[in-house]
Design a protein around this ligand. Structure first.
Ligand SMILES: Cc1ncc(COP(=O)(O)O)c(C=O)c1O
Length: 427
């Protein structure tokens, strides 16, 4: 039985929980209900982005430079999710068997806008939770024999590499790696490294379109063409690409593409996707099996039959695509590049070594620098606890700085001033 103090604190906890929700809904109500006027963009780009910034719940005094880990869903996305719950959780659907048993349908109303956004056919897409899950489907689902080789870079995220390592440990396939220089000079260098590492046993080339470690944008189209020319399957981990820069899956020519739009597209967490080129769909076994797992006619939908699922997240995904289309991906990408180029140039002035390519075509909105001697965890803690600035570091003294479009130059200057202050105090 709860004693009085614990009863009160748990009741207060409940009240606080409700209060937080009220606060959230108040913020959503206060967010502008329309996007900034496109004319504002022509007159004053910074004013346009500053107006868009009001769509995000991130407090105005916080600088969020860690979009590479996870994005923040803005008001139009959150409204779509909550509207979804509001219309479905009443359990008053029209038909007697129509209630939220989600996970057994085509969900074309979500796959269609996504297919258009990423440049493929609806039937080549499976709506999954994230890139890790999508990568696991590919690594687990292909017919491979012991000794068959998977060639990847040394910069893969664990959510990309480990599905193959699991397969290696369990079934004896071999994971081989090319070492990418830090920084990569240009796309041709990457292509040559892969070309030189291919052997007669290479069955799969797996690589991140945009490296989580260094922000390098790999020459995906050329790598996939190389794989195809040698009869090798190309599996791309595109966790960072949607919403960061323009791309088209059919143009890239990959066999599979995994993604987490909750990063740069600012979609709800847990709304990922797997693309499988139509000609390849029948070569991949399902990993999760329920009704439809062995039904070739439904094409890639086969892979999204995962049992009960979360459809309001898909409503949020659709809203995030709409938002990116409304702003315009060309405009978003340009802004991403401007901010990243600025922060990179400023960090170089401060003596940092760039792990991100000097070639602007091989980078976009993630800048990684190494600052020799810097105690990066101390900096990360200090920035967050004393300045409300979030960055992501790595060993030994690496800083990864993500520049989503809603940051302002003033935000970046705040980070730079704080970085200088820390260096001075710790010289
Ligand atoms: C390249 C890459 N792949 C996969 C992942 C894993 O993403 P998720 O946790 O959304 O599956 C990440 C996350 O940062 C990533 O950067």
């Amino acid at each position: 039985m709860l004693d009085r103090r614990r009863f009160l604190s748990s009741t207060l906890g409940l009240t606080a929980g409700l209060a937080v929700s009220k606060d959230l809904f108040a913020q959503l109500e206060h967010a502008p209900t329309s996007l900034p006027n496109p004319a504002t963009f022509s007159a004053n780009e910074d004013a346009y982005w500053a107006e868009l910034r009001k769509q995000f719940l991130i407090p105005a005094d916080e600088v969020y430079l860690n979009n590479g880990t996870v994005g923040s869903s803005p008001a139009p996305v959150l409204r779509a999710i909550f509207d979804g719950y509001n219309t479905t959780e009443r359990m008053d659907q029209v038909e007697p068997e129509d209630y939220p048993i989600w996970g057994y349908a085509a969900w074309n109303e979500f796959r269609d806008p996504l297919a258009q956004f990423v440049g493929c056919n609806r039937d080549e897409l499976a709506l999954l939770r994230n890139a890790t899950e999508a990568n696991s489907y590919v690594a687990n689902g292909l017919d491979l024999k012991a000794g068959d080789e998977v060639l990847m870079t040394d910069q893969e995220h664990p959510g990309g590499e480990m599905p193959w390592q699991l397969r290696a440990k369990r079934y004896g396939i071999v994971v081989k790696k090319v070492t990418l220089p830090k920084p990569v000079k240009d796309g041709a260098q990457v292509l040559n490294l892969f070309n030189d590492a291919i052997t007669p046993r290479t069955r799969v080339m797996f690589f991140s379109h945009i490296s989580t470690n260094t922000g390098t944008v790999l020459p995906a189209k050329e790598l996939c063409a190389l794989a195809r020319s040698k009869g090798i399957l190309s599996a791309v981990d595109g966790a960072h690409t949607p919403g960061m820069m323009r791309f088209n899956l059919h143009d890239i020519g990959c066999d599979t593409y995994s993604s987490s739009p909750h990063k740069w597209l600012q979609a709800p967490k847990g709304s990922g996707f797997l693309f499988v080129r139509d000609e390849v769909i029948d070569r991949i076994w399902s990993t999760i099996a329920t009704e439809g797992w062995d039904e070739p006619k439904i094409r890639a939908e086969r892979f999204q039959r995962i049992g009960s699922s979360n459809v309001p997240a898909l409503m949020g995904l659709r809203a995030s695509i709409q938002l990116a289309n409304d702003i315009g991906m060309e405009r978003i990408e340009r802004r991403h590049r401007q901010l990243a180029d600025y922060i990179l140039a400023e960090m170089l002035k401060r003596g940092a070594e760039s792990w991100t390519s000097p070639d602007p075509t091989v980078r976009c909105a993630i800048v990684t620098v190494n600052v020799p001697g810097l105690k990066r965890m101390e900096l990360e803690n200090w920035l967050w606890k004393t300045k409300k600035i979030r960055i992501r570091g790595g060993e030994p003294s690496k800083l990864r700085l993500s520049t989503p479009y809603y940051l302002s130059k003033a935000d970046i200057n705040r980070y730079l001033a704080a970085f200088d202050e820390f260096r001075k105090a710790n010289a």
